[in-house]
Design a protein around this ligand. Structure first.
Ligand code: SF4
Length: 702
């Protein structure tokens, strides 16, 4: 591709900034924020701003298909024809020999909607297995269930414009300043121009977000339900209930009120382990009519009670009548650029396109008709979710794993299990932009994918904004768009007529029609419109302007059309500390790196900021464990150990450690934090508790 310009959605976080690129001789010469269009209004964070450096060379890019004849040996380059035929034949043989559920696909919220649609259709409709899950399960499946339980539909009610109208920002379980920086800049601008606004951050760490907040609540890890119920109870006690909203638009408020009434304030406070003054201050802010906008992310979701935490927060909004109005509402943040689009496509193991679910007879029948497969083709039983999928592979029950655009040999909790699954599987297909990755070391076939700027495609950001990305770069070698790769395999497996896609626009059009009449209706988002503008769903017909805010008419997607109060009960994290493992460990991210560093680990400007894994430790714990600042230490847990450089800081609670999870085995054999983390998961959302496990510190063996 010669000289050109173009724009595409940032490939990193769910804020979904639109980035412009100027290209010369297939090299990115300049990166800038798209300032005419929301969502980023001219702003970028360091990750987005350094995309140019990613394209200075093709360092580590996977450019050609490869097949590995024997595990442990280097793979050999093959043609696309050979790679596709090999993949299709092996999947077919394995299903024939071991049954339809012996294969599984593990995808990613970084895949575009077109790619997610094609693999979901292939597996659920044609290969007849629901063993399709993605790394969104690790990120936000608790938010999905929370919305479903309270509103009857997934998807946030809010939009970024609400920041300009909010009075109080409650940021709970999210380090926005680091992980959603552009959005946090918008909040800070609002705070600067409207001095009466307030930012409350609830986080066991004094994070960068907390440093810029009016109140920081350093609550005990996992005690969010107790905290939210304590606030709700205190507000009810002073009459802060929007009685008219509750009476007209909700159900089960009495049960909720009675439940809160039965809870002991001192016990709730003890669970949170915070100074009562923090609660008094928050209640004071919320005691007056104010527009409350809440942001939350992995801190609430990655928990064995993640759904309860989501529901407790939505309860608070319902109690205050702060849903479906400007400047207020519960706003879940998506970690990845297209985790929202993936949910709309139905790429979790219980879902189908258009927020449908496999357990619903009518939903299955509709998709079977649309996909022209015989009735009964779609299994009514949800497939394996992320953690059980790799466990089943490790037990020899799942024999083929197709990993697309993610790196589970680093990112899964209790990673030794996912590695065992990859090792034991008869067939591992890895589809990625980069090689090697920790996961591709296990692969039998390796398929090169085009990345940011090298393909067209569609993504939905955290505020339901659907954005079409342009192509302005030629991919290296023979790398292809993900939707093309899935389509070719489907065709090679004998489904030519049903996967008659030659452009991403054709895929989009087929998918778009399936959303008609659903809560995430995108019927009005034609290819022609998306080429010119971005739109928030629902957008049911071609002249529809899109919908910034949902539930403005107070009609929810429940049977009664009323929002539902629930009565969650506070439960501590799954794993407890004891004499052998006396410290808690929480994991998270740093601003300059993304997931397992396959892309950002190659950008010197980003690597410089945090060149190696570290662990934050409170000064008192450092003294007790004889740890010096800057010393390398082992974090030893019940499942394994990892090592990291100690950062002694008062920003972390006493008794708790924090370490980022970015560094895998390619950096060093023992720096993966997920060798230590716990794979216990929420019973409903199946999201694992990456945010808490018990460890001890060892220094003498490093
Ligand atoms: S805030 Fe998120 S979407 Fe925006 S530039 Fe940074 S990483 Fe990309």
């Amino acid at each position: 591709m010669e000289n050109s310009t173009g724009k595409a959605v940032c490939p990193y976080c769910g804020v979904g900034c639109v980035i412009r690129a100027t290209v010369q001789d297939n090299k990115v010469m300049r990166i800038s924020a798209d300032d005419d269009v929301a969502p980023n209004y001219g702003m970028l964070c360091p990750k987005g701003a350094h995309l140019k450096q990613v394209f200075q060379n093709h360092d580590g890019r996977l450019a050609y298909p490869m097949i590995r004849d024997r595990r442990g040996e280097p793979p050999r380059q093959v043609s696309w024809d050979e790679a596709i035929a090999f993949t299709a034949n092996r999947l077919h043989e394995i299903q024939l020999a071991h049954g339809k559920d012996s294969i599984a696909l593990y995808g990613s919220g970084q895949l575009d909607t077109e790619a997610s649609y094609v693999f979901n259709k292939l597996f659920k409709g044609f290969l007849r297995t629901n063993n399709v899950d993605t790394n969104s399960r690790l990120c936000m499946s608790s938010a999905v269930v929370g919305y479903m339980q309270s509103f009857g539909s997934d998807g946030p009610p809010t939009c970024y414009d609400d920041i300009q109208h909010a009075d109080v920002f409650l940021i709970i379980g999210a380090n926005m300043a680091v992980n959603h920086p552009v959005l946090f800049q918008m909040i800070r601008k609002r705070r600067a121009t409207e001095p009466n606004t307030r930012i409350i951050t609830v986080d066991p760490r004094r994070s960068k977000t907390a440093e810029h907040s009016d109140i920081h609540v350093p609550l005990a890890p996992g005690s969010d339900v107790a905290f939210l119920q304590l606030i709700a109870k205190r507000l009810i006690a002073i009459g802060r209930v929007h009685r008219r909203f509750v009476r007209r638009n909700t159900e089960n408020f009495s049960a909720y009120e009675n439940h809160l009434d039965s809870l002991d304030e001192d016990e709730l406070l003890a669970a949170c382990d915070i100074h009562p003054a923090r609660i008094d201050e928050i209640v004071e802010y919320l005691s007056k009519p104010s527009r409350l906008l809440s942001f939350y992310c992995q801190g609430t979701n990655q928990s064995t009670s993640g759904v309860d935490k989501n529901v407790a927060l939505i309860n608070l909004h319902l109690q205050l009548g702060e849903v479906g109005i400007k400047g207020a509402g519960p706003f879940s943040l998506t970690g990845q650029p297209n985790a929202m689009g993936g949910r709309e496509v139905g790429y979790l193991s219980h879902q189908l396109p258009g927020y449908r679910v496999v357990t619903n007879d009518m939903h299955r029948a509709y998709l079977e008709g649309a996909w022209r497969v015989p009735p009964g083709s779609i299994d009514p039983k949800p497939g394996l979710t992320a953690v059980p999928m790799f466990e089943a592979a490790a037990e020899g029950k799942v024999r083929a794993l197709w990993i697309a655009c993610t790196n589970p040999a680093v990112s899964m909790p209790d990673t030794k299990v996912s590695q065992a699954g990859l090792r034991r599987a008869d067939l591992v297909i890895v589809q990625d932009c980069y090689y090697p990755t920790e996961t591709s070391e296990y692969a039998d076939v390796i398929l090169p994918a085009a990345q940011w700027g090298e393909k067209q495609g569609t993504m939905t950001n955290s505020e339901r904004l659907v954005v079409r990305s342009e192509q302005f770069l030629t991919p290296p070698g023979e790398a292809k768009p993900d939707w093309w790769i899935f389509t070719q395999v489907a065709r090679a497996m004998g489904f030519k007529r049903n996967f008659d896609f030659y452009t991403h626009q054709e895929v989009w059009d087929e998918y778009r029609l399936l959303t008609a009449g659903t809560p995430c209706d995108q019927m009005g988002m034609t290819n022609e419109r998306l080429a010119k503008t971005s739109l928030r769903w629902p957008c049911p017909y071609p002249r529809h302007p899109g919908t910034p805010r949902r539930y403005t008419r107070r009609k929810f997607f429940t049977a009664s059309e009323k929002a539902q109060f629930h009565t969650p009960v506070y439960k501590p994290p799954d794993e407890d500390t004891d004499a052998e493992f006396p410290l808690g460990l929480t994991t998270g991210r740093v601003e300059s790196q993304w997931h397992t560093r396959t892309r950002t680990g190659k950008v010197p400007q980003l690597v410089r900021k945090d060149p190696e894994p570290f662990v934050e430790i409170h000064p008192d714990d450092a003294v007790e464990n004889d740890v010096q600042d800057g010393e390398w230490v082992y974090l030893v847990g019940r499942r394994g150990r990892c090592y990291a450089k100690a950062r002694v800081t008062e920003a972390i609670r006493r008794g708790l450690l924090f370490t980022p999870f970015h560094w895998g085995d390619l950096f060093h054999a023992e720096t993966n934090a997920n060798y230590v983390t716990n794979s216990a998961f929420d019973p409903v959302s199946k999201q694992p508790e990456l945010k808490f496990c018990a460890v001890r510190i060892e220094t003498d063996t490093v």
